[in-house]
Design a binder for this molecule. Structure first.
Ligand code: BDP
Length: 699
């Protein structure tokens, strides 16, 4: 068992009643499939039914038997065209699945307005079978709430992956465009099965070479492989490309020569990739060039690119991840300060891509204050699926909970109920352009994501991008059933473990609102002592501000006043130490070590308690997992067991390092009853690691 098949395993249904019932339900098939998309949908269905039910339904043109599956669009089948009501409800990518009667025979109909809608319908029908759901009383109508559901690959052209922990890049540029690796197809299938419809194949720290004709041809071959699966290709661009590969003297967005260069470049790309999605841009961020290099603002830079793409229907995803150590203000405030004044100035095919929180993908962050703050601008979400700050692909951390926490946060932009989900699905400010991006955790490892459970994070991202209102619990349930087994004795305890895992990780890494206290550069392991890192806002001390008086970053009006960037209800809650949710306490306040916490412990004791309970909980996860032996294959059982043992060691490493480090300031003892750290602080501070995966390369 190598875990290559992800959640598309199509295991044989072994329960006899269910097996027979399913076989009776899909005896006959009416599925005319002329287009590439319908063809792949049909092949998927036939393969899956073969594997799950040892069955190839008989193909027919009319319904002549009970147990007929009717699949298609109004264009491919008059039987589908009859379902006007459903078809009018769903838009381009939606589908319906329902039980119907045709010619007095019982049928299951999967219909959509478009071929890609059919593909989504088929995958969701297969999900019903994979999760052993009933096929009676089917009345499903489903469609995505977010238009652009996109993966961001931070993959370099040399196949290293920035913040990638699952091997090297999937894209074998040197063999493109000639050779199409089978994995490109399986990648596209997996994405389509969860509704992901776009991908950016190169790193946001982009190399201008990606825009040369050579590389455009290579990208076109990838786009062609993805196309049947409804997946559009995007490219990250380097803002200074006109200088680097175009021979121009400047990349000033207001320069006519530069504008023409981008226009010509866009025209060229669309000649090779007619359905090209557009550009993703990291500009004036962490040393990348951008419009400010030429005295222009972000809107001017974005609009120039947007104008070049506009005639072809392309869009610009312009990232708001900007902060500058030369700006004498709290890093958490800088993106808002930079972008909020530009609201209304972006052209209609620009969408501003905002990370879930204002710092950088920490184990826990409050939602970014830009959500809800730019009513005249489409704003999309950027989540990180790859576990840069969450234990790489070594730790079992289910991110469904993290994603959901942000999506469900209330911005109060238009009063109560103005959740982040409603901002990004366009409801709140009636935005026509919507998107959710996830920084991919996918690489060349046979199991794709490094950790068997890291696959769940790719899966959960896709499901939440399709519908941000879905529950992480349901998503975990589906994923476990499809990936491992439908056995409740496995699914229930393991699901609970997944659901708890993110909070557990927060406890042993960054409890109570601590953040950015990881190791320098590589972001591997703890580093609360990091005080030198090239610039202050890359250190840990900048963020935790521990001293003899207490710990935490004062972001109320008594400090940086970052809280003022939120709407009044949120701001008022966060302004006050007493009303700030415990989980964000040290994010917003510098709190005295003696501060009385609701638990009755003081802050120091509470911090110690959290770190220890984090480690204890990992041990409980190990216990839960050990009971799963025999319920799944030995290979994956053993792999997860070994990884959990590393997770336990690394959790201890985090706990010991952080407790000893902060104790230095609190000057209080580790309360009795807790096991003592194995080493002293100096030992942890002096640990050295070499060649850690995912480290940022030289561009
Ligand atoms: C940080 C990563 C860095 C990325 C940057 C970004 O450490 O490698 O380049 O985000 O999002 O999380 O641009």
């Amino acid at each position: 068992e190598d875990n290559y098949r992800l959640w598309l395993r199509y295991e044989r249904v072994t329960e006899p009643a269910l097996y027979n019932n399913y076989r009776q339900s899909v005896k006959q098939l009416i599925f005319p499939a002329g287009s590439p998309t319908l063809k792949v949908a049909k092949t998927e269905l036939q393969n899956a039914l073969g594997q799950m039910l040892s069955l190839q339904p008989a193909e027919a043109n009319t319904v002549t038997a009970n147990g007929t599956l009717v699949i298609g669009t109004p264009q491919t089948s008059t039987l589908i065209a009859q379902h006007r009501q459903e078809l009018n409800t769903i838009r381009r990518e939606g589908y319906f699945i329902k039980n119907t009667q045709q010619n007095g025979k019982v049928t299951i109909t999967i219909g959509a307005n478009t071929d890609v809608g059919v593909l989504y319908g088929v995958f969701n029908f297969l999900k019903l079978l994979q999760t052993h759901s009933s096929l009676n009383h089917l009345a499903l109508i489903d469609q995505p709430k977010i238009q652009c559901r996109i993966l961001n690959h931070w993959d370099n052209l040399d196949r290293t992956v920035e913040r990638g922990y699952a091997g090297s890049s999937l894209w074998k540029w040197h063999k493109l465009p000639g050779y199409i690796d089978r994995r490109y197809i399986d990648y596209a299938r997996a994405n389509a099965s969860i509704g992901i419809n776009a991908t950016v194949v190169n790193n946001v720290n982009a190399n201008a070479l990606s825009l040369t004709t050579d590389y455009i041809t290579k990208a076109a071959a990838l786009a062609k492989a993805f196309r049947p699966y409804g997946i559009k290709l995007f490219l990250s661009i380097r803002f200074s490309a006109p200088v680097e590969i175009g021979g121009l003297k400047t990349a000033d967005p207001l320069d006519a020569g530069v504008q023409k260069w981008w226009k010509d470049k866009a025209d060229e790309i669309y000649r090779y990739i007619p359905d090209f999605g557009g550009f993703l841009v990291k500009a004036n961020s962490e040393g990348q060039p951008g419009p400010q290099t030429y005295g222009r603002n972000h809107a001017e830079g974005a609009n120039m690119l947007a104008d070049a793409l506009k005639p072809h229907g392309g869009i610009v995803m312009w990232r708001a991840f900007v902060y500058d150590d030369k700006v004498p203000d709290d890093r958490a405030k800088q993106a808002y300060n930079e972008f909020k004044p530009l609201d209304g100035q972006f052209h209609s095919n620009v969408i501003v891509q905002v990370k879930n929180g204002a710092i950088d993908f920490q184990p826990r962050e409050p939602f970014h204050p830009l959500f809800g703050a730019m009513p005249k601008t489409p704003v999309m979400m950027e989540f990180q699926i790859t576990q840069e700050y969450l234990g790489f692909s070594t730790h079992l951390v289910y991110l469904g909970q993290l994603f959901k926490e942000t999506l469900a946060s209330d911005t109060y932009a238009h009063g109560k109920g103005s959740t982040v989900a409603k901002v990004i699905d366009g409801q709140l400010d009636h935005q026509p352009l919507t998107g959710m991006a996830g920084v991919a955790n996918i690489g060349s490892d046979v199991n794709w994501c490094g950790h068997p459970f890291a696959q769940a994070n790719w899966y959960a991202f896709g499901r939440l991008a399709w519908n941000p209102e879905q529950s992480p619990n349901t998503i975990a349930d589906d994923w476990l059933r499809m990936t491992f087994t439908n056995d409740a004795a496995f699914v229930n305890p393991v699901k609970q473990m997944m659901m708890d895992s993110r909070e557990i990780t927060v406890n042993y890494m960054t409890p109570l609102g601590l953040h950015h206290i990881m190791g320098r550069d590589a972001h591997y392991g703890p580093g609360p002592w990091v005080a030198q890192a090239g610039r202050p806002d890359w250190t840990a001390v900048y963020y935790h501000k521990a001293d003899s008086a207490g710990v935490g970053f004062e972001r109320s009006s008594r400090g940086s006043n970052a809280v003022a960037q939120y709407f009044p209800e949120v701001r008022n809650q966060l302004e006050n130490v007493q009303t700030t949710p415990e989980k964000f306490l040290l994010w917003f306040h510098h709190v005295s070590w003696n501060y009385a916490m609701p638990s009755g412990r003081n802050l120091w004791q509470e911090m110690v308690h959290r770190y220890y309970s984090g480690v204890d909980s990992v041990r409980n996860m190990q216990k839960t997992w050990s009971l799963m032996q025999g319920k799944i294959d030995n290979e994956r059982f053993a792999e997860v067991k070994d990884l959990l043992a590393i997770q336990e060691q690394e959790a201890e490493w985090w706990r010991n390092s952080c407790v000893l480090y902060f104790q230095h300031f609190s000057k209080m003892p580790i309360p009795a009853g807790y096991e003592k750290p194995d080493h002293d602080l100096a030992y942890y501070e002096n640990q050295k690691f070499y060649f850690i995966p995912g480290t940022r390369g030289v561009q």
